[in-house]
Design a binder for this molecule. Structure first.
Ligand SMILES: *Cc1c(COP(=O)(O)O)cnc(C)c1O
Length: 219
């Protein structure tokens, strides 16, 4: 699929769901992709990208940003507290705020620097041991805690279990966001972004459907 096809499918799905065209942000997930594929998508005019590792993003994006300074970068993978400062400098949004310790570190740095990226709190909707995020039952408290730290919480993020119906997880995330008055929903990837949009996604994170298969799979 091409960038144009994905964009067209997003618009169709927005319309079918009775949502305004352009209300869903497409984050092109460029992790592990060769630079020439990223360059091609930049050349096509796309300006919103996602990376899941700070180190990899730091190696790749400063060069591209010189050419395309208006690019908007989103961190969608786990963040160690010792990389938080660098992440806050590079990314305009962080989708993977998944624990109180990280929230406290981000709050301290936000106080110190006077700025903070838009934040999404990650919820482990499938309650999977190996996956990051707070449990659904802990989400309300975590949202309140982050708000108490004056963090700019825009919404919630989830990565459904690979072997389950994603719609159930999207609906659960939407429900938690709704009862907490959060507008942002970061959900939906290459295989399920249309379902996610139908259930209210405001940000979809699409990698392989735009760039092709990743050379070295990574989660
Ligand atoms: C890799 C990744 C994606 C994109 O996955 P695709 O299946 O290639 O679209 C989305 N979200 C997160 C958190 C990821 O790590």
């Amino acid at each position: 699929m091409s960038l144009q096809e994905i964009t067209a499918r997003i618009t169709q799905t927005e319309t079918a769901a009775g949502r305004p065209a352009g209300s869903v942000k497409l984050i092109a997930v460029s992790k592990v992709q060769p630079n020439d594929r990223v360059q091609a998508v930049l050349q096509d005019g796309h300006r919103c990208f996602g990376e899941n590792r700070v180190q990899e993003a730091l190696g790749k994006w400063p060069g591209f940003l010189e050419q395309f300074p208006e690019v908007d970068l989103h961190l969608i993978g786990p963040l160690q507290t010792n990389k938080a400062r660098q992440a806050m400098e590079l990314f305009s949004s962080i989708h993977s705020v998944d624990r109180p310790k990280l929230a406290k570190t981000l709050a301290r740095l936000a106080q110190e620097t006077g700025t903070c990226p838009d934040l999404f709190l990650q919820v482990n909707t499938g309650e999977e041991e190996q996956k990051a995020g707070v449990l659904p039952a802990e989400a309300d408290d975590f949202i309140a805690e982050c708000r108490g730290l004056d963090l700019p919480v825009q919404g919630l993020m989830c990565i459904p279990p690979v072997d389950e119906e994603p719609a159930l997880h999207f609906a659960l995330l939407a429900k938690i966001a709704g009862r907490n008055g959060l507008a942002g929903l970061s959900m939906g990837m290459s295989s399920d972004f249309e379902q996610a949009i139908a259930l209210g996604a405001t940000h979809v994170r699409v990698g392989s459907a735009i760039f092709g298969d990743r050379i070295k799979p990574q989660e």
